[in-house]
Design a protein around this ligand. Structure first.
Ligand code: PEP
Ligand code: MN
Length: 302
């Protein structure tokens, strides 16, 4: 297995500091926290951004995801609205009390575009730069998000590379100067994944926490990729969210949409806003169960 201390000294667990803890926009990120980033896979209209943020606010959530620059498999697919939509996304975020938006960047120029739109909005919100799985080894992009200190980075594990290679990619970000990194599990491309879109890798949540100092995120939407339900009518997305959260994940990145069948990207995997109440209750139960598991563990090991 990986000799992480040797290959990735900056992100590896060390005795001096058991984990990375950083604050951004008054929120703390470390291996104990739990934050929910729900939102649009791809921004499609101002109205859907407003409906989504309003639903999050009703549920006391202050983080979101919003895809603006979309890496698509086909050049004929919708590529995202790009920088034109940033002004209303940031303005509405401020209006609905959203403090951080996770947003993918596919090119280093987009970092400056985000910075400038945020400034024009009077810093109405904050942004966490997402490195998508397709850019997991785009070393120039990794160096670019690492060379700036303004935004934390949500790094998505490469879907077809080894865990060590993904960890080395995070080491690139840290080596370039930015230690505010979160490691996101989102499933692996595999012929054995079917009927899911990707092979769910949430059993690796505790492994990443053991090997590294990084907070760990799960993305059940990209792992599952559909809205199938089990024989009790519980969506597969809820079931794998439960697995990742009860194993101690620190962040949940999930696609939601006011009208999933109209979504322009990954429509099948979006959780309808009408299911948000149920989903969040399920999430809460799992997080509480994880905390109870920790208590029992400390009692047994006292
Ligand atoms: C996304 O989160 O919008 C996305 C494209 O995810 P991934 O890079 O994991 O495919
Ligand atoms: Mn996608």
């Amino acid at each position: 297995m990986i000799d992480i201390k040797q290959s990735c000294p900056l992100i590896a667990k060390s005795q001096a500091e058991s984990y990375t803890s950083f604050s951004y926009q008054d929120l703390t990120f470390n291996q104990d926290c739990f934050h929910i980033f729900a939102g649009l896979n791809a921004v499609d209209s101002k109205q859907n951004v407003a409906l989504t943020f309003a639903a999050l606010q009703r549920h006391d959530l202050n983080c979101a995801r919003m895809g603006v620059f979309k890496p698509r498999t086909s050049p004929y697919s919708f590529q995202g609205l790009g920088k034109e939509c940033l002004p209303y996304v940031f303005e509405l975020a401020g209006k609905y009390g959203i403090k951080i938006i996770a947003m993918e960047v596919t090119h280093d120029q987009q970092i400056a575009q985000i910075h400038s739109a945020l400034k024009s909005s009077g810093y109405a919100t904050g942004v966490m730069l997402q490195i998508g799985t397709r850019n997991a080894q785009n070393f120039e992009l990794l160096k670019a998000v690492g060379a700036q200190q303004e935004f934390p980075v949500l790094y998505k594990r490469g879907f077809g590379i080894t865990l060590e290679e993904s960890l080395l990619a995070c080491e690139y970000i840290a080596h370039a100067g930015n230690q505010k990194i979160i490691f996101c599990l989102r499933g692996m491309k595999s012929q054995f994944a079917s009927p899911h879109r990707n092979f769910v890798d949430f059993a690796h949540v505790p492994i990443i926490k053991r090997l590294t100092r990084l907070p760990v995120c799960i993305d059940p939407s990209h792992a599952i990729g559909n809205n199938d339900t089990d024989n009790h009518n519980i969506p597969d997305i809820f079931n794998v969210s439960a697995q990742g959260i009860i194993a101690g994940s620190n962040m949940l990145l999930v696609d939601i949409h006011p009208a999933p069948h109209t979504a322009l990207v990954d429509a099948k995997q979006a959780v309808a806003l009408s299911l948000l109440d149920w989903y969040l209750e399920d999430v809460r139960i799992c997080r509480e169960s994880y905390l109870r598991r920790l208590k029992i563990c400390s009692r047994v090991n006292a």
